[in-house]
Design a protein around this ligand. Structure first.
Ligand code: ADP
Ligand code: ZN
Ligand code: ZN
Length: 747
């Protein structure tokens, strides 16, 4: 270990700096240590990432101080952050921010400490306390009644006067005080009944065997578990985890934020019991307070919790001796972080698995094309990932029947705008009669998606964004779903020369479905779940609770209801308009549509009655819809992969989206074009480059947007080139560039 430490400071500089390790700190500074260092005229914090014998710089300064007793970061995590910085084209400090959460890195949040106060042995008899010590006498009385001091610990947390009184008592030798650390536990109020492993069916057993075989080798590989909803994937994860724990190793389970429900947590907490398995289950998600996050993190870092279940960022959990990472619903777009570093937690999991030599399991009913592609042999090479299929539901329930309704025919039959086809209307009536439940899905909130004037052609648009304003009827407002702009819905056409009272609202949102249900089925009990309604977090639980207990007949919602819910009495799912994702300007449009239909269909028929799904569409012959109707993933894959091959889209290439934005459109365009030219000149055969051109969302929040899409087979070389060109270009401060590697949204 050389005397020079390479330090990444918290300020984004994109570089490592040399510092001398002073003699007094030689024994404590390690790779991963958090340190204070002089930087310019101030003192900043940073991480030691490596050591060197000597520095190429003259006048190297000294590390001032070390924070904490042992390094917060494992060297592998530093390697992971460095990989992220290169792959996702961001400064390494930005990647480090993910690896060590804010609540831990600043060292400002600490463990909660309670004072436990007890009477000393000498205080057994009656006490002589003066008349001004009434409070002291009271405290002594309380302590006599509560010999363990717990009561007082609670009082002291409230920091009232009591603390000073106790201090006085201590000085007089009447009480003794012990400081105890109290861990915050968001689940401390809940009781988890123990659950036992289920006997696996043959397909599950095969899946478990493959995962364990991978976990037990020296170079474990990734296994893709492709299993229909309800096929028992989670049971396979649970049993694989048990095996890995028994070997003394730790586990990370990633689930999409929206699936991280109390039921999911309960499944893990009730299976793994601290007494029996010698470990706690830590839960990480975005609703934790800084204090809770701090305590969960340290519980994992210390090794008290060897199972971590969490959303995206849990992929960085500091689990010791990591033996397994599970990524459930691996196709989910919420694994992608839409701000720098724009990482995909599924892909980071695969890389972390390789670095730690631990097994990785990806699970999904509708795997991403990228992951499935990796399970296929290619050019005489063996497949990168193992594959196991669970084609049937574990409880032998039938997969729901999917019926497709052609809205073009329906349009000829019914006049004007309608929400329900004849078939869907009949199906809903039948469920109401049989006292079964219905889910209606549409991924668009509001009442109508546009307001126009047929007389003069006026269209209500957002002044800050290039989108139509959405009409919200209950609020009588026009709203922009991108910038939040809202205005009162006008009674007459706003254009001064027209002022026609005949305003036309078109396009359907969830609020309109609610109105259509009320009109068609006045007796039905209805609830709607979308982000307009769900402003209160407890409302989400409230509505789901009411739905579970049968107090709601029809639940209408956006993607909030598309996954995770399984209620046995839901026998009908209606997809009001399946084409919405198909029309996005995105090469994944078909894949998204397929996933959506299959996932939503998975909500139907989880009980004893066979489920039915009604899909309304204007394009019944689109491949995504045809294959989804047959629950035919393999068929869809075969077709879609050909299209990707032909047009050089992922997974045959890696995509990078480059976005430029600013308030001055002309300036944005000029800089985007200049960089486009430089990229074309220098990339040569390295990449296919499209653009720059105005983005599909040409303006958001007053910022004009130009984008480029690059595709390559050598992603690291391309990100290096992009980083170099952007650095050299020195864009003016009012033109912002973002680099999105493996983008999931091309808007
Ligand atoms: P998935 O994660 O694939 O959606 P789950 O693991 O949640 O599936 O299983 C779906 C249902 O089937 C659950 O109620 C679960 O308890 C049950 N189940 C899973 N495996 C078995 C099994 N081997 N035998 C009986 N029931 C099972
Ligand atoms: Zn008009
Ligand atoms: Zn707007």
């Amino acid at each position: 270990m050389g005397p020079i430490a390479k330090v990444i400071v918290d300020i984004a500089t994109g570089r490592e700096f040399d510092y001398r390790v002073p003699e007094r700190l030689r024994d404590v500074v390690r790779v991963g240590s958090r340190v204070r260092v002089p930087f310019g005229h101030r003192n900043v914090q940073g991480h030691v990432v490596a050591f060197a014998e000597k520095s190429g710089y003259p006048g190297v300064k000294e590390i001032t101080d070390v924070i904490g007793e042992r390094p917060l970061l494992d060297p592998t995590m530093i390697e992971l952050a460095r990989w992220m910085a290169r792959y996702y084209c961001c400064p390494v400090e930005t990647a480090m921010r993910c690896v060590l959460p804010e609540a831990v890195r600043q060292g400002e949040t600490t463990f909660k400490q309670n004072l436990h106060v007890q009477l000393t042995a000498a205080t057994a008899g009656p006490l002589e306390l003066g008349p001004r010590a009434a409070k002291q006498a009271l405290v002594v009385e309380i302590l006599k009644a509560n010999p363990h001091g717990m009561f007082l610990a609670l009082l002291l947390r409230k920091a009232d006067v009591t603390a000073a009184v106790v201090e006085t008592l201590k000085r007089k030798g009447i009480v003794e005080i012990a400081v105890k650390t109290a861990e915050r536990d968001p689940y401390s109020d809940e009781v988890f009944l123990p659950s036992e492993p289920l006997p696996l069916n043959a397909a599950q057993q095969q899946a478990l065997d493959l995962v364990l075989k991978s976990a037990d080798t020296l170079e474990p590989s990734v296994v893709l578990l492709h299993g229909v909803t309800g096929s028992g994937k989670t049971e396979v994860y649970l049993q694989a985890i048990e095996h890995v724990l028994a070997q003394g190793k730790g586990v990370i389970v990633l689930v999409p934020e929206i699936s991280l429900t109390p039921q999911t947590v309960e499944r893990f907490k009730s299976r793994f019991n601290p007494k029996r398995h010698g470990t706690q289950v830590a839960v990480l998600h975005s609703h934790l307070s800084a204090g809770e996050r701090h305590d969960e993190w340290h519980k994992i870092h210390r090794g008290d919790a060897r199972i971590v279940i969490g959303a995206r960022s849990a992929v960085f959990a500091p689990v010791n001796a990591l033996g397994l990472i599970v990524v459930d619903e691996e196709h989910e777009t919420s694994y992608k972080q839409e701000e720098a570093p724009r990482y995909n937690a599924r892909d980071v999991a695969v890389v972390r698995g390789r670095m730690h030599k631990c097994a990785v399991v990806l699970g999904s009913a509708t795997p991403s094309l990228e992951s499935y592609f990796n399970t296929q042999p290619r050019d005489d090479q063996p497949p990168k990932y193992g594959l196991i299929q669970l084609p049937e539901r574990a409880d032998h329930k039938q997969m729901p029947r999917i019926r497709v309704v052609d809205l073009r025919e329906e349009l000829m039959r019914q006049k004007g705008l309608f929400v329900f086809s004849e078939k869907l209307r009949t199906a809903i009536s039948l469920r109401l009669e049989r006292k079964e439940q219905t889910l209606l899905f549409l991924n668009r909130r509001g009442y109508a998606t546009s307001m126009t004037c047929p007389k003069c052609g006026y269209v209500a648009k957002c002044e800050n964004c290039s989108v139509s304003l959405v009409y919200h009827r209950k609020l009588a407002q026009l709203k922009c779903h991108y910038c939040g702009h809202e205005q009162a819905a006008p009674e007459r056409c706003p254009s001064p020369d027209c002022r026609s009272p005949q305003i036309k609202y078109s396009g359907v949102g969830t609020e309109k479905i609610e109105a259509a249900v009320a009109k068609n089925f006045p007796a039905a009990r209805v609830a709607r779940m979308d982000s307009d309604v769900m402003i209160r977090k407890d409302l989400y639980r409230e509505i789901l609770g009411a739905f579970r207990t049968g107090k709601i007949d029809i639940l209408i919602g956006t993607q909030m209801i598309a996954r995770g819910l399984h209620y046995p009495n839901v026998t009908l799912v209606g997809i009001i308009y399946a084409d919405m994702a198909l029309h996005l300007p995105d090469f994944r449009a078909a894949e998204r549509t397929f996933q959506l239909i299959v996932q939503v269909a998975g909500r139907a028929g989880r009980g004893d009655v066979e489920g039915e799904v009604v899909v309304q569409t204007f394009t019944p012959f689109a491949d995504a819809i045809r294959h989804a109707r047959q629950h035919d993933f393999a068929g869809f894959y075969e077709q879609e992969i050909e299209y990707r091959r032909e047009f050089h889209y992922p997974p045959f290439t890696r995509a990078v989206a480059l976005l430029f934005r600013g308030r001055n459109e002309d300036k944005v365009r000029r800089h985007a074009e200049a960089i486009g030219e430089r990229l074309r000149a220098q990339a040569g055969k390295l990449a296919l480059i499209a653009g720059p051109a105005p983005a599909p969302m040409a303006k958001i929040k007053g910022f004009f947007r130009y984008n480029m899409l690059l595709r390559t087979r050598q992603i690291m070389r391309l990100t290096e080139l992009i980083a170099a060109i952007l650095r050299a270009a020195k864009l003016p401060p009012d033109v912002l560039a973002t680099v999105d590697v493996d983008p999931l949204s091309l808007l």
